[in-house]
Design a protein around this ligand. Structure first.
Ligand code: ATP
Ligand code: MG
Length: 474
């Protein structure tokens, strides 16, 4: 697609000279000799020029008035003004309206070319940002939370209501894979802060000190290894949303710092003394029962109440199995496109197996199962043999052939998804270390926090085995 340049110029000779010059340079040039004509092209015909090169005073008015109208309609494109000798450009107003540059006539062609090229680059970057924002808004529309069950409809209904109000905090609960991350993105992108930043932080993935400096930022030399200053995520989320995933894993003393920051609406970087005001909406997610965590003294009651302005619970898939019928076709279509397959027929026995399964990993598990089946499909029929729903366990089990001394052998033939491998590795390592989380974390070269998070995510260490938090003999 060629880029469009709109030239607004009433001097015929200069106008046609510029037109000829930029056509040679590969532009699709449109000319207007009055503001009215220009407005028709911009508004009525929605021409969407990348750059507008405009004289300042035209027979029917001042071009800044037109620029103002265009900006009110939030139409893009960079504007470069050519002002006649002796004209006093209304530079403050032009700056406020976001004009790209001013040049005085007569202007050397070379200089004008440089400015137009710069304006084109800037307009392209803005266009890309706009397109991406539009795509996010589309992808995270309320309807992207799929499912026709009463429970899923209720979730959409609440998401729609919440998206319309400027709520300050919300707690989202639900088992792993029920769509907490998806719902948070929907709330942000469809909400009143959709044009602001969305910053996500997983509280279980970082050790306490690191989590603190991530959240609040730090000044140079605030602690050993703190090179340079860093803006914290609270600051980065200013004007937007901070999504705190796995909030139940946050340390108690960090919880009180977070509460203070939320209540005072400001933060202080580690090692800094300046208070920086922040305006953030907080969405906190957890797959734990926060109330129980409060009762057990692991979660601060005051923070809980501050965050629980709204509470949204996402029910597990087994309680709304009807949604399986709505979700499967979506994922089949998605992976058909991704893998160049054309699965169209889902036999009734496949549906029966899908509906009989309990989905401990919820929608994420369903999605992975569909991915595997579509990837291995040979024709239009959804292959039942790749469902492998049985125990919900990662395959293969530990066998003589999958263990080789202290080494593990994993299939690279596509029969095992990365997440299954991750789960399998952790499960095996835990077995080797008698479910001692500290020893296992050391053996896997990771932190206990990260390991605990995954243990919970994959629902390992259940029942009367060692609990993932605390009682692992550290
Ligand atoms: N109702 C839904 N409609 C469409 N896709 C969904 C729905 N619910 C979940 N998903 C998809 O399932 C996957 C898992 O969802 P998500 O990551 O939001 O779960 P989660 O609750 O945040 O899990 P975890 O606690 O493990 O972080 C994602 O790919 C998400 O897009
Ligand atoms: Mg998540």
């Amino acid at each position: 697609m060629t880029d469009t340049l709109l030239i607004i110029e009433d001097e015929m000779l200069l106008g046609s000279e510029l037109q000829r010059h930029y056509r040679r340079g590969g532009w699709d040039v449109v000319r207007a000799n009055t503001l009215r004509r220009a407005e028709q092209a911009l508004v009525d015909q929605d021409m969407g020029p990348l750059v507008v090169l405009s004289d300042m005073s035209l027979p029917d008015g001042n071009a800044l008035d037109l620029l103002e109208k265009i900006r009110k309609r939030s139409l893009g494109g960079e504007w470069v003004f050519l002002t006649g000798y002796g004209e006093v450009p209304d530079s403050v107003r032009a700056l406020r309206l976001g004009a790209y540059d001013f040049l005085t006539k007569p202007c050397e062609q070379e200089r004008l070319d440089l400015v137009v090229a710069g304006a084109a680059r800037s307009a392209k970057a803005q266009r890309r940002l706009r397109d991406e924002a539009r795509e996010r808004t589309r992808r995270y529309a309320i309807e992207s939370f799929a499912g026709q069950s009463a429970a899923a409809r209720l979730v959409r209904d609440i998401l729609g209501k919440l998206a319309d109000v400027p709520f300050s905090a919300l707690v989202m609960t639900g088992e792993t894979g029920t769509g907490k991350g998806l719902a948070a993105r929907i709330l942000h992108h469809s909400g009143v802060r959709g044009n602001g930043p969305l910053i996500e932080l997983n509280c279980a993935a970082l050790p306490r000190e690191l989590l603190e400096s991530e959240l609040f930022g730090h000044e140079a030399g605030a602690f050993t290894g703190a090179r340079g200053r860093r803006r914290g995520l609270m600051e980065q989320a200013n004007g937007g949303t901070l999504f705190l995933d796995e909030i139940g894993e946050m340390d108690l003393d960090l919880q009180s710092k977070l509460l203070k920051a939320i209540e005072d609406r400001n933060v202080r970087r580690l090692g800094g003394d300046q208070l920086i005001s922040v305006d953030v909406q907080i969405i906190a997610a957890t797959n734990q029962d926060l109330k129980k965590r409060v009762e057990a003294g692991h979660f601060r009651a005051d923070l809980y109440h501050r965050l629980c302005v709204f509470h949204l619970h996402l029910p597990p898939l087994r309680e709304r199995k009807g949604d399986v019928r709505d979700l499967v076709p979506l994922y089949v279509a998605e992976y058909n496109v991704k893998a160049g397959k054309s699965v169209k027929v889902i036999p009734e026995d496949v549906w029966r197996m899908l509906e009989a399964h309990d989905w401990p990993g919820n929608v994420r598990e369903l999605r992975n199962v569909v991915e595997r089946c579509v990837l291995f499909a040979d024709g239009p029929v959804f292959p039942a043999q790749w469902l492998q729903l049985g125990t919900g366990e990662a395959k293969p089990e530990i066998t003589a052939s999958s263990m080789n001394g202290d080494r593990l052998i994993l299939p690279m033939d596509g029969s095992m998804a990365l997440e299954d491998m991750d789960r399998f590795i952790i499960k095996t390592a835990l077995k080797l270390h008698d479910n001692n989380v500290t020893a296992t974390a050391r053996a896997l070269g990771t932190t206990r926090e990260t390991l605990r998070y995954r243990i919970q995510k994959y629902a390992l260490l259940k029942g009367n085995e060692a609990q993932p938090t605390g009682s692992d003999g550290q």
